[in-house]
Design a protein around this ligand. Structure first.
Ligand SMILES: Cc1cc2nc3c(=O)[nH]c(=O)nc-3n(C[C@H](O)[C@H](O)[C@H](O)COP(=O)(O)O)c2cc1C
Length: 223
């Protein structure tokens, strides 16, 4: 597969088939993704891979906790700035609206929206998942490195015929995730990522998000 094909066919997948991903495939993806660059070659990423029976038990635990505290445990970092400015605010809004439109959930249907948000905590049906954590000492540069590592995983997944769903939503369950996976206290959970085979028939996977035209974000000097 060409890199451009991997990039163009990667979508945030929010419905997966009930079909397991072999452990060796997950290992192979990580073996190659570790070639991602990082400032000073710090390789600041830490990843936990969850599947099988432990994943089933974990989902049940979250479901139990969410019944009591649906908003989770608060986040350790700000997922978005408090006052998101334009054009980012409008982009965020549109992406949400476009997603809910694929499954006919209106703005007024708060319950429908909540139910779909809750699907995050079932990994949207993915049979396996990654959790990414980073040392609390690390700064913006190393968080960017972690992002590059994650994108490498998402593109390698395409090469394996798989799709992914990066999930910052897991940040609201950082305590439970940390305890369940025994993540050392000096690390901070960044996010989760479901991985598996896409359910092509599910309407939510028809979403194709927009991108701003090149001239809105790129400045060419001497080109
Ligand atoms: C770090 C990160 C965290 C994300 N967290 C979530 C999430 O918790 N739940 C979700 O449904 N989508 C999540 N997304 C998906 C974004 O909404 C998606 O990438 C964006 O709308 C662009 O769509 P695309 O990935 O299909 O191109 C996340 C994406 C990234 C990169």
């Amino acid at each position: 597969m060409k890199v451009s094909d991997a990039i163009n066919t990667r979508i945030t997948t929010r419905a997966f088939l009930d079909r397991p991903v072999p452990g060796e495939v997950l290992r192979r993806i990580l073996e190659t993704a570790k070639r991602a660059p990082s400032g000073g070659n710090l390789q600041p990423w830490h990843v936990w891979v969850l599947a099988g029976e432990p994943m089933v038990r974990f989902k049940a635990l979250i479901k139990e906790k969410a019944a009591v505290t649906p908003r989770g445990e608060g986040t350790e970092y700000n997922i978005y700035p408090a006052e998101l400015k334009e054009p980012y605010k409008a982009r965020r809004f549109k992406c949400g609206e476009d997603m809910y439109a694929t499954i006919n959930v209106s703005r007024e249907d708060k319950f429908g929206r909540l139910m779909n948000f809750a699907r995050n905590f079932e990994f949207f049906g993915a049979p396996a998942a990654f959790f990414f954590a980073i040392d609390r000492q690390m700064q913006q540069g190393q968080w960017a490195d972690l992002g590059m590592f994650m994108q490498s995983i998402m593109l390698l997944a395409r090469e394996e015929g798989l799709h992914t769903c990066p999930q910052e939503a897991w940040a609201i369950w950082h305590k439970t995730v940390g305890e369940y996976l025994s993540i050392p206290a000096e690390l901070m959970l960044f996010c989760g990522m479901g991985i598996g085979f896409i359910d092509e028939a599910h309407p939510i996977n028809r979403l194709r998000t927009d991108r701003a035209p090149l001239d809105e974000f790129a400045t060419f000097v001497g080109v």
